[in-house]
Design a protein. Structure first.
Length: 208
């Protein structure tokens, strides 16, 4: 079985997955599952997000919202470049929109999803050279013991984490949600240090 056939099989199985809709171990999703996963056999960069929000749940397109606009700016790519699956793969920690809490905020990614699917997808994409670990949940999965006590500490140590990982390297980043605008203002090093490095890596790995 070649890599493309293997990924197509995984995608078909994910699209049919109802694990968090039928589970007896946790509250089922409040809606019909709609997994959003964009793997690739050629992309060298994997964007590891958290879980789809309401707009992404409606469209089925990852980062099809204001967070995506900010993320594309961070990467220095156009919308067309961002959605070129030959260049960028996207796999959130939870494939389905988890619903909202009582205050209208998105719930965390479902716990069932990553253990069921993530290792198989990563194994099917050995060409990935860089993982963008966006947010706490992606960092918990991809960094293990390299993760610090807080997201701020983890992201602030992005360079040492990048240097400590290989094939793929992992770059720890905050979520591009507009709710993090205050965080970005308090941490100017993100724009002055991390973003230039990130854009250089994107150029290197997508335009070889």
């Amino acid at each position: 079985m070649n890599a493309q056939t293997e990924l197509e099989g995984l995608i078909a199985r994910v699209q049919a997955c109802r694990l968090c809709g039928n589970t007896t171990s946790a509250k089922p999703l409040p809606h019909e599952p709609r997994p959003v996963a964009w793997p690739s056999t050629t992309a060298k960069i994997l964007i590891a997000g958290q879980a789809p929000g309401t707009k992404v749940h409606a469209s089925g397109i990852p980062f099809d919202d204001a967070s995506g606009d900010r993320l594309r700016d961070w990467l220095g790519v156009s919308r067309a470049e961002f959605y070129d699956r030959s260049k960028l793969a996207m796999l959130p920690i939870g494939f389905c929109f988890p619903g909202q809490d009582a205050k209208g905020g998105d719930l965390p990614p479902r716990r069932e999803c990553a253990p069921a699917w993530r290792s198989a997808f990563l194994a099917a994409m050995p060409q990935i050279e860089l993982v963008l670990a966006i947010g706490l949940y992606a960092q918990a999965w991809h960094l293990g013991g390299l993760r610090r006590a807080s997201l701020t500490e983890t992201a602030a140590n992005w360079r040492s984490i990048y240097d400590a990982t290989a094939k793929p390297n992992v770059l720890a980043m905050p979520h591009p949600s507009w709710r993090n605008t205050g965080w970005l203002k308090k941490n100017p090093w993100f724009a002055t240090d991390l973003l230039p490095f990130l854009r250089g890596e994107v150029q290197r790995l997508t335009r070889d």
